[in-house]
Design a protein around this ligand. Structure first.
Ligand SMILES: CC(C)(COP(=O)(O)OP(=O)(O)OC[C@H]1O[C@@H](n2cnc3c(N)ncnc32)[C@H](O)[C@@H]1OP(=O)(O)O)[C@@H](O)C(=O)NCCC(=O)NCCS
Length: 172
């Protein structure tokens, strides 16, 4: 599956992505608002991630998650994923390399992937949870047509402290 938007595209991870992935994801400003991205992000982390996704794509079972690279000229500059996929809904997550922030890239990518999830995958709800301090991410979701549904108090642990999340969703 490939979804193009301007000079960027969303496509599955592939062998060879490890270097650009590690270069672009390895940043405190990305780690601080996400739950599953370590910092430092090592070449071994990148290899594991690519291997994990190659295995997922080859698996005959219905996947619980689908992950895509944001590709610019063959390099990985970001990532979007649908996880906790069940019969009708999925959770959305994303990150972008700091050099590319503020150009509308993730908003466009979120619109593409949400459209794909609601139309092609037949889901009726895609939701995202954003740390309450993460203004840029909340804005991305608003611009992509997600509705704010409420504050989840002490929803997750970050750096051993409970943090509130803001819940956004788009439905069909
Ligand atoms: C959140 C993130 C993906 C946004 O990517 P992006 O491509 O720069 O986003 P866009 O350019 O599409 O939109 C960003 C919007 O947030 C706004 N914004 C950025 N920083 C902001 C701030 N501190 N306060 C308020 N708004 C802010 C921008 O002005 C823009 O809105 P506008 O178009 O109305 O001006 C990127 O910052 C990132 O990777 N952050 C770290 C990881 C992360 O937070 N992931 C999401 C976890 S829920």
């Amino acid at each position: 599956m490939e979804l193009c938007f301007g000079k960027y595209k969303l496509r599955p991870f592939r062998r060879g992505d490890e270097t650009s992935l590690a270069e672009n994801i390895n940043h405190k400003k990305i780690e601080r608002y996400t739950l599953r991205i370590p910092c430092p992000y090592t070449p071994a982390n990148a290899r594991q991630w690519v291997n994990f996704n190659l295995k997922l794509v080859r698996s005959k079972e219905r996947p619980g998650q689908l992950n895509f690279a944001v590709d610019l000229d063959g390099r990985v500059i970001g990532g979007l994923g649908l996880f906790n996929i069940n019969g009708h809904s999925a959770e959305l997550g994303y990150w972008l390399g700091v050099n590319y922030w503020g150009k509308g890239i993730v908003t466009a990518a979120v619109k593409q992937l949400t459209g794909y999830a609601l139309k092609e995958l037949g889901l009726v709800r895609v939701y995202a949870k954003v740390f309450s301090a993460n203004k840029a991410s909340a804005r991305v979701l608003e611009k992509a047509g997600y509705k704010y549904e409420g504050r989840l108090r002490k929803d997750c642990m970050k750096r051993e402290k409970p943090v509130d999340s803001l819940l956004f969703a788009k439905t069909r």
